[in-house]
Design a protein around this ligand. Structure first.
Ligand SMILES: [Zn+2]
Length: 152
């Protein structure tokens, strides 16, 4: 393991960029593609809106591939044409020091937080010190049919 310190506003993490990148490079399909539901398909179309240079560079610090979320979830309807989503990624690392909790970083267009409470972790992380990077954002609806069709 080759951990190095990553100092962010309000939190310091020890991360293993190489180990994380190796895991992401081995992931052939992401959770949205394997789910295939309407909300996941909309998300796949909306990724270019979310993957700003700032957000991609932020993820790259950890070795995370932007299109390999652990999970993405639709977070309810809005009337302004934008649709809120939450999602998260995992990376090899641990907390070194926390100054602010809860931490709310703004990496446009995403709010970002960290937790060690992990959900839906890819198998390859098993046995490694792992953290979860949570994000939230809003995207347009980009499928030909409206989202109401998916809500029973
Ligand atoms: Zn889905």
């Amino acid at each position: 393991m080759a951990m190095r310190l990553l100092q962010l506003d309000g939190i310091a993490l020890r991360i293993d960029h190489e180990a994380t990148r190796a895991i992401y490079e081995s992931l052939v399909e992401d959770s949205c593609a394997s789910c295939g539901c309407e909300f996941c398909r909309n998300w796949i179309n909306a990724r270019p809106y979310v993957h700003s240079a700032a957000f991609v560079a932020f993820l790259e610090q950890f070795g995370i591939s932007p299109d390999r979320e652990a999970e993405v979830s639709f977070a309810g309807f809005k009337s302004d044409g934008q649709f809120p989503y939450n999602g998260w990624y995992h990376f090899v690392g641990e907390i070194a020091d926390v100054k602010e909790q809860p931490l709310n970083l703004w990496i446009p267009p995403c709010g970002v937080n960290f937790t060690s409470e992990l959900l839906c972790v890819y198998d390859r992380f098993r046995g490694l010190p792992t953290m979860q990077l949570d994000f939230s954002t809003t995207v347009p609806w980009l499928l030909p049919n409206g989202p109401a069709a998916a809500v029973e």
